[in-house]
Design a binder for this molecule. Structure first.
Ligand code: FAD
Length: 553
């Protein structure tokens, strides 16, 4: 069998290696238009920041190394220009010599990834200091520009994963960074607003100027100024465009393969077969199946690597099944880690799901063991069936471990209440005997058993304004340090002696809060026992409310 592969990085190189492991006799040719294969795209921002010091470390595999081990014909600097699916040939251009030639195939695997979008902003195409970050040559261009031009100021346009990582790494290089996003938050795809607020806090604390809910409208002719729609002018030496990606599917489109109407990503079946019976596709260029089993673009490395193996298996007649991709991801932002899996709350809302939201804030490890730091976990779940739709976490340490556990639970159909019974490795340096994930499970149990109802940070101000009663059960000191508007103070340990301070109508809604929600829960149990029947816990407590409602600039 003669198999051609387009794209030589995550999906392409992985497929090539697996294909060879399955057959010694297949002819396998891999085309890659850049000079490099199997490079560490995910490491590129860290080379710019100097965290990865040696450029060679980005080149996970060389053409020689991979060709030799797997007996592959690897052609770099070789762009596939077109596919003729009826004749089963591709036209290839050698980008060094300029020569074009055709190559025939029995099976073709597409893993062309995605291209960075350059928005149509005035002067964006003509200035010499606008860059995108996708490939090793892109990285070299940015790295060299910084060094050659002694860059002091940079504007990063777009606060997705790549934008935020690049902003951090430019700061690591001693550069003054302004990050602009048209949304009111960074990483709007995997994070809800209040969780992103912890990142806004971290970014600004580390000197990044954040401009949210605004657009770049123009770049000056010399590239030294960026103008926004809301009238802000920023002086800059360097501009990084990270406003998103588009699947690299022009040749698939021209070849007549079925694409998703809106995203233009390639449609594949459960065997990664496109609309042509000899052409397969994987990775960032295809439509994935999301948490709900619906088609979605989820351009992450886990899926591409998994599918690389699966597509080779499919070509060799093995039974495979396209996985649900829940988009498990992690992001380092200076001292903080954000991680998430599954649907965000806004996605659950857009899907009109019947969902509930809870937060658990607990230490990453036992408080008495030095260096404990808080983790805030958010769970989005169906409060009737317990189905987990998604989870997000933020903290300094151990966040991704908790999201990994929840991702595993989701994979095996675990319900929100199952999270309390997952046995998690315990010793004081790693966690507490009740892990934050277990706590989420206990809270879900309480909510599903109607021990109390929850109210969210963005609802409470209006509730108070319209006459609702909120009781804060923290200590006097905590309350004086900061509290929500017109709420009353009744410290947890003083409730039993001061019941006369509580509303007389025991069936009216009574909202209870503390710092994170735990003491409020204990208070709610006391209140239930003395006859209150309509109790709400402000989930996430004052801590979450405070972070969510602060403006970070
Ligand atoms: P790619 O790995 O992008 O490979 C596609 C290759 O095909 C490219 O090298 C391209 O040059 C080549 N190509 C395209 N068209 C042609 C053609 N016509 N002829 C020849 N060659 C062609 N994901 C995560 O999960 N976590 C992360 O932390 C993370 N960080 C990232 C950071 C950066 C800066 C970038 C750019 C991406 C990051 N990703 C991350 C995304 C991850 O790298 C991708 O999901 C993954 O590489 C997709 O694999 P792929 O094979 O589909 O495409």
């Amino acid at each position: 069998m003669k198999i051609l592969i387009i794209g030589g990085v995550a999906g392409g190189a992985g497929a090539a290696a697996r294909l060879r492991r399955l057959s010694e006799t297949d002819e396998i040719i891999m085309f890659e238009k850049t000079p490099y294969i199997s490079y560490a795209n995910c490491g590129l921002p860290y080379y710019i920041g100097g965290v990865i010091e040696d450029r060679e470390d980005l080149l996970v595999q060389t053409v020689e190394g991979l060709s030799e081990r797997f007996n592959l014909d690897i052609r770099v600097n070789s762009e596939v220009l077109s596919i003729d699916k009826d004749k089963r040939i591709v036209t290839v251009k050698n980008l060094l010599s300029g020569k074009e030639y055709i190559e025939s195939y029995d099976k073709l695997v597409l893993s062309p990834g995605a291209n960075a979008i350059i928005p149509p902003i005035e002067n964006v195409e003509t200035v010499n200091n606008v860059f995108t970050l996708k490939t090793v040559p892109d990285t070299d261009a940015i790295f060299n520009y910084i060094n050659d031009n002694k860059v002091k100021k940079a504007v990063v346009v777009g606060g997705g994963f790549i934008g935020v990582e690049t902003a951090e790494n430019l700061v690591e290089r001693g550069i003054d960074v302004t990050l602009i996003d048209f949304m009111d938050q960074v990483i709007a795809g995997p994070a809800d607003f209040e969780m992103a607020q912890y990142l806004h806090s971290e970014l600004t604390a580390n000197g990044v100027t954040l401009i949210l809910s605004d657009l770049v409208s123009k770049i000056s002719k010399d590239g030294k100024q960026v103008f926004t729609k809301n009238g802000v002018t920023i002086d800059t030496d360097l501009i990084i465009m990270s406003v998103g990606i588009r699947p690299a599917t022009e040749i698939a489109d021209k070849a007549g393969l079925d694409l998703h109407e809106k995203t233009k990503a390639i449609l594949v079946n459960d065997n990664f077969l496109t609309s042509d019976k000899n052409i397969y596709a994987v990775g960032d260029a295809i439509m994935q199946k999301n948490t709900l089993g619906k088609e979605a673009m989820i351009p992450l490395a886990w899926g591409a690597n998994r599918q690389a193996r699966q597509v080779a298996d499919a070509i060799h007649g093995k039974t495979i099944k396209k996985d649900i991709i829940r988009g498990a991801n992690a992001l380092k932002v200076f001292e903080k880690t954000f991680a998430s899996v599954g649907l965000t709350e806004k996605a659950a809302k857009a899907e009109d799901l019947n969902y509930d939201v809870i937060y658990a804030t607990r230490g990453n490890h036992a408080g008495y063991y030095p260096g404990a730091t808080p983790i805030v976990l958010k769970l989005i779940f169906n409060n009737k069936t317990g189905e987990i739709y998604g989870a997000q976490g933020i903290g300094n340490d151990g966040v991704e471990k908790r999201i990994d556990v929840i991702s595993t639970a989701m994979k095996f159909g675990g319900k929100a209440t199952d999270l309390s019974s997952i046995e998690i490795c315990y010793a004081p340096p790693f966690n507490s005997a009740k892990d934050p994930v277990n706590i989420l499970g206990y809270i879900a149990e309480n909510v599903m058993a109607d021990v109390y109802k929850t109210v969210q940070y963005h609802e409470i101000d209006d509730i108070i304004k319209s006459g609702g009663t909120l009781v804060d059960v923290r200590t006097v000191g905590e309350f004086e340090y900061g509290h929500i508007g017109d709420c009353g103070l009744l410290p947890l340990d003083e409730i039993r002696e001061n019941t006369d301070m509580l509303p007389k109508d025991k069936s009216a809604p009574l909202y209870v809060t503390c710092q994170v929600g735990h003491r409020a829960y204990v208070a709610i149990q006391i209140l239930k026992n003395i006859g209150y029947t309509n109790l709400y816990n402000l989930t996430g407590g004052y801590g979450l409310y405070k972070t969510a409602t602060t403006v970070f600039k």
